[in-house]
Design a binder for this molecule. Sequence first.
Ligand SMILES: *Cc1c(COP(=O)(O)O)cnc(C)c1O
Length: 449
Amino acid sequence: MIQGKTLDAWYKSHPVIRELISLKEVTWFNPTIAPASEALVDVGLSQDDVKDASERLRRFAPYIAKVFPETAEAGGIIESGIQPLKDFQQRLLRESGVLGVGTLWLKKDSDLPISGSIKARGGIHEVLKHAEDLALQAGLIKLNDNYEVLASDTALEFFSRYKIAVGSTGNLGLSIGIMSAKLGFQATVHMSSDARQWKKDKLRASGVTVVEYESDYSVAVENGRLQAENDPACYFIDDENSPHLFLGYAVAAERLARQFGLSGVRVDTDHPLFVYLPCGVGGGPGGVAFGLKLVFGDAVHCIFAEPTHSPCMLLGVYTGLHDKVSVQEFGIDNITAADGLAVGRPSGFVGKAMQRLIDGYYTVTDEELYRLMFLAHELENVKLEPSALAGAPGIVRVLNDEQYLRRIGVSSTQLVNSTHLIWGTGGSMVPTEEFASYLDKGRALQKSS
Ligand SMILES: *Cc1c(COP(=O)(O)O)cnc(C)c1O
């Protein structure tokens, strides 16, 4: 029995589960999505909350520029570029025999400064929010001060009395650990067994305490939570439920709109935008999608991508069980090479709050992630980690599903004018040798395909 039903009963009521268990690549478009004007209220957060996060990031910009010189040119604003993927798009569409329509772009969160992944948005925002709360309360700063003063010895000494803890598969730990340690906090990152050695090394070199576990992400998070519960000076960053992480991610949308404007990319009813977001626990893609829906409304279609071995969000939304169900209960092992996506149980907040706003979900095999990583590097010279390629097959999944396109009312003319954006969630900081070994793997898979 699984969740009170036999497996056969599950297969009857939810046929996609059979394919999920067989680890086949699947695509599921949610038939019960709703217009943004109706469904945005489900989230319980507003445009004002995103604006608040955006303004906080601006207040901290002078400080960030000072302590992370690599951000000085951008004025201390942590942001990534966009890049068209003409050759890669041609290749993807030719392989799948899909008619070549629309334009494919990459959002290069792989190149975000400080931690080289999408976690430099949410993770860093939450650390800054906590630091700001403490500093305001103590009278160390006022809202309209120049926050550069937070780089002073007085501020470092002040923050060193406080602790920050987080559980992570790697990238969130990097963002939160590096940012916390820079401010002076005592930071502890509880790392799951799948976390890469170089990430642990980098954190320790930044003065962060790394606690390692022989088990997966959920156990690491639980231990972080316990540490914080027993210590009033310790603040736990809750990847599974945090609105501050979520809002940090959401700020990406207004910035993307500006970048599209500068590049002459139109997004409106006649020029729909499809965005493909790699999904782990859901906070990153959920937050970005929330921001996108606020900015572009029904002109944007957000689709989440997961590894075949970790389809937790698909399973949670599809069954309606959300965080009450894990992939392991259905015998799916949650073992994947896709860093950040090895999550067996989805966020308790994102899946429920966003279910009427996310058009669909699909899965990709690890082998395909490596192969696509190799191709993207070969054809477009981009450095992405395997998980960041989860968004790459999205354009083919969408263009292949006439029923879905009809249901959302996108005509063939609109498809010709459509923009497709792969959210490239990480990769620039993967050490050269490790990246070369990923490429070797991808090259071999490409040859044998
Ligand atoms: C964390 C992460 C994601 C997904 O974010 P979630 O908030 O866990 O859903 C995607 N890609 C990479 C590289 C990540 O590190």
